[in-house]
Design a protein around this ligand. Structure first.
Ligand code: CA
Length: 227
């Protein structure tokens, strides 16, 4: 499970990181708000530990941008040295999921992270996510790296099926059935839709998520190095 620590105090960041790594978490550290925001949007974390007082943008502002601008639903645990009720309320209004006042015990922090990650895993699977690409089944909204992507209904169904079945090879026949059931419009329709999908979802971004596995089919994954 991946955790991002956004904290400008290096000693605190390092001690949290060491402790979480000893519990088998994978940890990234950002020493300022903009680096943290950028990592949070482009990588797929289970939980973000966010310091309220940062040198550039503060934690409340960062959390708001994460929720409102980037539509990122990752669990956020906010840290603050200031324990006042006002700060606490501001933290929750900005979209933080939990709150911890410094100084805190690392054991307490780890317990909170565990609860947050389990809560996220139990949430209904209406939102699909691979790396920085997300798809909301209920609202038919697709975002990559915070940018909204408009898809036709067929392309949306195609992408949804690929994202519901990540990291495995899916044949042409299986994809055609997922989008058009028994009656695909013609033999080239799938090829055209995949081409269009790539132009919108992969081409403008730094790395492809949709891969052609020659002779077998297609695979949606962020764990593919050979391509
Ligand atoms: Ca700080």
């Amino acid at each position: 499970m991946k955790v991002l620590i956004i904290e400008d105090n290096q000693d605190i960041a390092a001690s949290i990181s060491d402790y979480l790594e000893s519990l088998d978490y994978t940890v990234d550290i950002a020493g300022d708000g903009m680096t943290g925001l950028n990592l949070a949007i482009t990588k797929n974390y289970s939980v973000i530990i966010l310091d309220l007082g940062l040198p550039d943008i503060d934690g409340v502002d960062l959390c708001q941008r994460l929720r409102q601008d980037a539509h990122c639903s990752v669990a956020v645990l906010m840290l603050t040295a200031r324990g006042s009720l006002d700060n606490k309320l501001q933290g929750f209004e900005s979209g933080a999921d939990d709150y911890l006042v410094k100084p805190f015990a690392l054991k307490e922090l780890a317990a909170r992270i565990k609860v947050l990650s389990e809560r996220i895993n139990r949430a209904p699977a209406s939102r699909l996510q691979i790396a920085d690409l997300s798809l909301e089944e209920a609202t038919h909204e697709v975002y990559r790296a915070g940018k909204r992507i408009e898809l036709s209904p067929s392309s949306f169904r195609l992408l949804m099926y690929l994202m519901q079945n990540p990291h495995r090879v899916i044949t042409r026949e299986e994809l055609e059935y997922a989008v058009w059931q028994e009656s695909p419009p013609d033999s080239d329709a799938l090829r055209t839709h995949l081409y269009n999908l790539r132009q919108l979802v992969d081409r403008p971004f730094d790395r492809p998520l949709l891969h052609t596995i020659r002779g077998f089919g297609y695979k949606m994954t962020d764990k593919y190095a050979e391509d």
